[in-house]
Design a protein around this ligand. Sequence first.
Ligand code: IPM
Ligand code: MG
Length: 354
Amino acid sequence: MKIAVIPGDGTGPEVTREAIKVLDTISKLDGFAYETNEFDFGGDRYLRTGEILPDGSLDELKAHDCIYLGAIGHPDVQPGILERKLLLETRFALDQYINLRPVQLYPGVETPLKDKGPDDINFVVVRENTEDLYAGIGGFLKKGTADEVATQTAIYTRKGCERCFRWAFEYTRNRNNPKGKRLTLVAKTNVLTYGHDLVWRTFQEVASEYSDVEADYNHVDACCMWMVKNPEYYDVIVTTNMFGDIITDLGAMIQGGMGVAAGGNINPDPGGCSMYEPMGGSAPKYTGQNVINPIAAISAMAMLLDQSGQPASGAKVLEAIKLVTGTKMKSQNAGKMGYSTSEVGDLVCSALSS
Ligand code: IPM
Ligand code: MG
């Protein structure tokens, strides 16, 4: 397995180190080989050279089986510049059309939802990752004047919907939730009567091929209510790009915050190159203090393994994470974990080896 590693900004390198430590441990235990190549993309390089994704770097990244990204975001760079280029351009250029965000409350992790536990908060969001309002279609008219007009167009294609829904149905089938296999489409068909009509029809068509999976539907506003009130209802959610962006932050909060949430930008096609990342930002004020929670970063590594041909190893890493959060850590907050960043990484490694 050839992995391109972008440790990135702030505390990104600290948490990436722990994820790689865990990868190294599990690879030895399970007997598979891997190779990492580091790329210094991020705020520092941008400030030094003006480059974010230098010419040819997408091809270089693509030559790897997958990409592991620590964090991006630099206090001296205007928010949005690095993210748009490094995250969004990579998603589009590598056609990473699935954004996978498990919303899983690990044992010992606190949720703001009263009376909900790990059995209640355990679902997965599959977000379409290349279309919708993210397509970058639009423009200005009479910019800067009192008559200014701006447009930002959401696009949905039959092909884009179909490939995402098919992947989501397969994922739901294989996840094989003992509570029942249910895929909930989250959209807004009552208002987006063109775009989400296509979305809805495509979903129904693909659903007809998966009689073993319950094909379900929620409007996005109702979904936000249920995620808080009855998260146990959900098994897998599939949704459009913009709504997916919003509900996955809600999901991250109910699973205990950005310190534990992980995500994947996946191109599942043969030869596709996917990118995995912890959801927490670069947390610049904690840089170098060895206090940031690496659980999200290690979870992203578990997902990388799961999706890159080592699912058994990924499952073991996930179990080790749960053992550590459930029995060792005091909290998931920076500085209050009871352990340092590197000690948490060590704990996961020893849980794997035991
Ligand atoms: C995410 C992020 C990105 C998005 C930003 C940083 C461009 O919020 O991965 O969810 O909007 O997709
Ligand atoms: Mg987001």
